[in-house]
Ligand binder design. Structure first.
Ligand code: SF4
Length: 690
């Protein structure tokens, strides 16, 4: 009964990186409805199924409501005093015995900027190490690495609404309709008005139905395909000479190096490697190369590979030689998977960078940050820390002894889970702070109950760099507390108190002082609408398109990085003849911790499955709905079968949301050498009928 609504609270959706503005309707202290907010970007009233119906998890009876301490192998309820004193004692002892670099922290893409800012400050000033990272390492690390080197920034160059008005859009390795549904509504509107859409994906996605062209390369052949397209635009003179001369480092000289490298990637040669017909490669290059404006949306399909950084370099080469960046409605946009994956890195949850992407290794930077934080300069480590998978590897080697995890669930999300499980079990002390007893929390020594997004104030940053308000709608259950308040209290108990912040707005004020891209933003400026960084001063309106004047590289120019296709290190063999791909689906979200606690979402689907091509199913004698065992060199699982020609013969696809069949038992922790990302998209497996 909507007449009994006590209040309506405007906030930001807790799921994907679109950052939809929602209004939560509260009755008797409970959320009873979620509506889209009209008239504000990025969603103008629209919501997908998760934003509309995915709020029930906050009222789940499974929410953590009190601290838990493991005693004799079992969790027992504890007071906050007991839990925090124990943690402070254990972390201080580990630091004293093994040094600060034996400690590490995982921040969270689901927590606010204010939570994450305080968390990274805690790791750096209380632990005394830069061993801080989080799930961005597992999604867009390679995209960001390539973009930073080539154009100087890892964030989206355009605004979400530009997806409607650009003339041409390449969507590569990005199942946009399922993973960023509201961004996809702009694309669908654009398609209706004649926008040309080129989908590059080894797996069918619903966007194919709206596309002009679908290129279906074999898994792991992106560099070859893009080199083939670069060659085509060069051969047909669809390049932008002025742009290359004036905005690319080395001008025509470096262009000629790229030209010489791609020369062998004729359409026929490229077809041989990728399986994409030569005519389609030519057509894709023509559509993109001749468009006046064109954008690229690149996703996990490109980034989660051992060649992830090279994949994105080859994409950037195509963009740069055609001059399709640095202008309105032209650029590269990697939609962020989680609600605050952009913000958590922006505010410094990075092993090599302070808030605002300022390198820790630079003494001047450390002096400035130390002064704002009011800590001795010598206390800030100059040594870049370990990344997520490296933290797990170091734990397995006995080098990391204590780990503090805030709102992350590596026991589902990490590659090669058997290795992760062994590492977490080998720790002297593991603290997990979360809203549920996740698969990771179950391995902890102490579990701390945190407030959910609906119980917090703060900000998120969405996929188009828009800083958006998060507002408290309801009280937390039991004794659950705000993440930043827990960290703040722990710092004091470890003998290194932080300033007494009165609220999240005050934390943001400090954050803005050390984060130049957000220097002009404050909570009060965000009251009615978000602001896109960079926003250097309080009178600056924010920036909708990047690089209009210059790139953010030291020279102000972009850089080409010619790269060769190399065969994947893991490939089909007689023992493991299929290549497994993994990804997300519309109704669930990442490790399922939130989405699987919603009746409205689980009613659509709530079980794992693998997609097999009809010809392979026939060869193997598998029926639709039957059970198969998948085995890789790392592990095995059992799951139900879906037979569909969405995948190529010899390739499989599994969603990774379901803990009953953990895809990451099968994946590798071999890393991209530049970004340290793991190859979730390509694991050789065998299939056996159960
Ligand atoms: Fe939430 Fe993303 Fe759906 Fe928008 S598109 S409602 S942000 S899950």
């Amino acid at each position: 009964n909507l007449e009994r609504i006590e209040k309506k609270v405007r906030t930001t959706c807790p799921y994907c990186g679109v950052g939809c503005q929602i209004e939560l309707l509260v009755q008797n202290g409970k959320i009873v409805r979620s509506n889209g907010v009209e008239g504000v970007l990025p969603n103008d009233g629209r919501l997908c199924v998760k934003g509309r119906f995915g709020y029930e998890f906050v009222h789940s009876p499974e929410r953590l409501t009190t601290p838990l301490i493991r005693k004799n192998g079992k969790f027992v309820e504890a007071s906050w005093d007991e839990a925090l004193d124990l943690i402070a004692h254990k972390f201080n002892s580990i630091k004293a015995q093994y040094g600060p670099n034996s400690l590490a922290g995982y921040a969270s893409a689901k927590c606010t900027n204010e939570d994450n800012y305080i968390f990274q400050k805690f790791i750096r000033t209380v632990f005394g190490t830069n061993n801080i990272d989080y799930c961005t390492r597992l999604c867009h690390a390679s995209t960001v690495t390539a973009m930073l080197k080539s154009i100087g920034d890892g964030a989206a160059s355009n605004s979400i609404e530009d997806f409607e008005t650009t003339e041409c859009l390449i969507v590569t390795g990005n199942n946009m309709i399922e993973t960023h549904p509201i961004t996809a509504t702009y694309v669908k509107r654009g398609a209706a008005k004649g926008m040309k859409i080129i989908v590059i994906d080894p797996k069918w996605t619903p966007l194919v139905n709206y596309s002009t062209l679908w290129l279906q390369p074999r898994l792991g052949t992106d560099v070859a395909l893009l080199n083939g397209m670069v060659r085509e635009v060069i051969v047909n003179n669809w390049i932008d000479h002025d742009f290359i001369e004036n905005r690319v480092e080395g001008g025509m000289q470096t262009f000629l190096e790229l030209k010489s490298l791609v020369d062998k990637y004729t359409p026929e040669y490229t077809e041989k490697i990728t399986g994409v017909p030569a005519e389609k490669i030519k057509e894709a290059a023509r559509i993109y190369g001749t468009a006046k404006t064109a954008m690229v949306a690149t996703g996990m399909g490109m980034s989660q590979q051992v060649t992830g950084t090279h994949n994105v370099f080859s994409l950037l080469n195509l963009i740069l030689v055609t001059g399709k960046i640095g202008k309105e409605r032209c650029g590269i946009d990697p939609p962020r998977g989680q609600n605050n994956v952009q913000g958590a890195t922006d505010v410094g949850c990075h092993p090599a960078m302070y808030p605002g992407y300022i390198p820790v290794a630079n003494e001047e930077n450390r002096r400035y940050v130390a002064q704002v934080w009011g800590v001795p300069f010598e206390n800030l480590s100059e040594k870049p820390g370990l990344t997520t998978v490296e933290i797990v590897q170091a734990a397995n080697q006995g080098k990391i002894k204590g780990l503090y995890i805030m709102g992350e669930n590596p026991m589902i999300s990490d590659p090669n889970l058997n290795h992760t499980e062994q590492a977490l079990k080998s720790l002297e002390f593991l603290v997990v702070q979360d809203i549920f007893l996740t698969e990771t929390a179950q391995l902890a020594h102490v579990v701390l109950p945190a407030a959910s997004w609906a119980e917090k104030n703060g900000t998120f940053v969405n996929s188009d760099r828009r800083v958006l308000r998060v507002r408290k709608a309801i009280d937390s259950p039991g004794e659950a507390r705000d993440d930043w308040r827990i960290i703040h209290e722990l710092a004091a108990r470890m003998g290194k108190p932080m300033p007494n912040y009165s609220d999240e707005a005050e934390i943001f004020e400090e954050l803005a002082k050390v984060t130049p891209i957000m220097a002009g933003i404050s909570h009060s400026r965000l009251e009615n609408h978000g602001i896109q960084w960079p926003c250097p001063s309080p009178d600056h309106p924010g920036t909708s398109t990047l690089y209009l004047d210059k790139f953010n590289t030291p020279s102000g120019k972009a850089k080409l990085f010619p790269v060769e296709h190399v065969d994947q290190s893991e490939r089909a063999t007689p023992e493991f003849p299929y290549i497994l791909n993994s990804g997300r689906i519309l109704y669930h979200y990442h490790t399922g911790t939130m989405s699987r606690k919603n009746k409205a979402l689980t009613e659509f689907i709530n079980h794992p499955y693998v997609i097999i091509h009809p010809n392979d199913a026939q060869k193997l004698g598998i029926k639709h709905g039957g059970i198969v065992k998948l085995t890789s060199k790392r592990g095995s699982l059992q799951t139900q079968v879906r037979i569909a020609d969405e995948v190529l013969e010899g390739e499989l696809f599994m969603p990774w949301h379901f803990s009953e069949a953990q895809v990451n038992r099968l994946t590798r922790d071999e890393l991209d050498p530049y970004s340290r990302i793991a190859p979730f998209k390509l694991s050789a497996v065998r299939v056996e009928v159960v």
